[in-house]
Design a protein around this ligand. Structure first.
Ligand SMILES: [Zn+2]
Length: 234
């Protein structure tokens, strides 16, 4: 409804045709273009989804305040909620957005990653979501650096411990693909794994081929993959 190209009905039909159970998670954030930006818009979004046979998700930005403003009555109408780090707070309180092309001049990849993991730990403590969406999405200028180098094993360890103690699932995103070592570490730490297409077009929606193959290659059983109707929500 926000930045996707399909109607709800068409999306459901397309995903079902792939043999995948449909789930919609529009971006709910005042700080992202083409997103659901207000409490009233969240209400209208839920009303629309409640008219269809579909899982009602939503992706909320950690750095934005909309998720903090939602009344419990609306929170309870989601089948599950995702949180994501589309921006992180720097120590001075300003934010760095993952889609900005320019970063502060003194922000090295190493310094950024320490801040990123600090933010991830705070996110896990404060945000009562069920899934961390695309955990390895990083700022544009750093995306050419191999993920295995950005995520040292120590950083991976901190991240998966934070998710495990909060009971937040780790999404294998088809769009922002995580490196296998981190997914394996999350699984071994007891973090539940979730599959996400992050699809916006009819070619993409419900296409979880890559996430499913990666999860299976690590030895994760299909029935252990996060399913809000089986594993519930927080
Ligand atoms: Zn996202």
């Amino acid at each position: 409804m926000s930045d996707g190209s399909l109607s709800v009905g068409k999306l459901i039909q397309t995903v079902r045709a792939r043999g995948v159970r449909p789930s919609i998670a529009d971006h709910c954030s005042a700080d992202v273009a083409f997103a659901i930006k207000t409490v009233d818009e969240v209400r209208a979004y839920l009303e629309e989804l409640e008219g269809h046979d579909v899982a009602r998700g939503g992706e909320f930005c950690w750095h934005d305040s909309l998720w903090r403003e939602l009344p419990d009555e609306l929170v309870s109408r989601f089948t599950h909620r995702l949180g994501s780090l589309h921006a992180v707070f720097l120590p001075d309180g300003t934010t760095v957005h993952v889609f900005s092309k320019r970063l502060p001049a003194d922000l090295t990849p190493d310094a950024y990653m320490d801040i990123h993991v600090d933010n991830l730990e705070r996110f896990a403590r404060e945000m009562t979501v069920d899934v961390l969406a695309h955990p390895t999405l990083l700022p544009l200028p750093f995306r050419s650096i191999p993920l295995e180098d950005m995520w040292t094993e120590e950083r991976e360890d901190r991240a998966v411990k934070a998710l495990a103690s909060a009971g937040i699932a780790f999404e294998i995103s088809a769009r922002y693909r995580p490196h296998e070592r981190l997914v394996r570490r999350a699984h071994e730490a007891g973090v539940r794994i979730s599959l996400g297409s992050d699809g916006h077009t009819s070619e993409q929606v419900g296409d979880v081929e890559f996430p499913l193959a990666l999860a299976r290659s690590i030895g994760i059983r299909d029935e252990d993959l996060y399913d809000p109707f089986v594993h519930g929500r927080r």
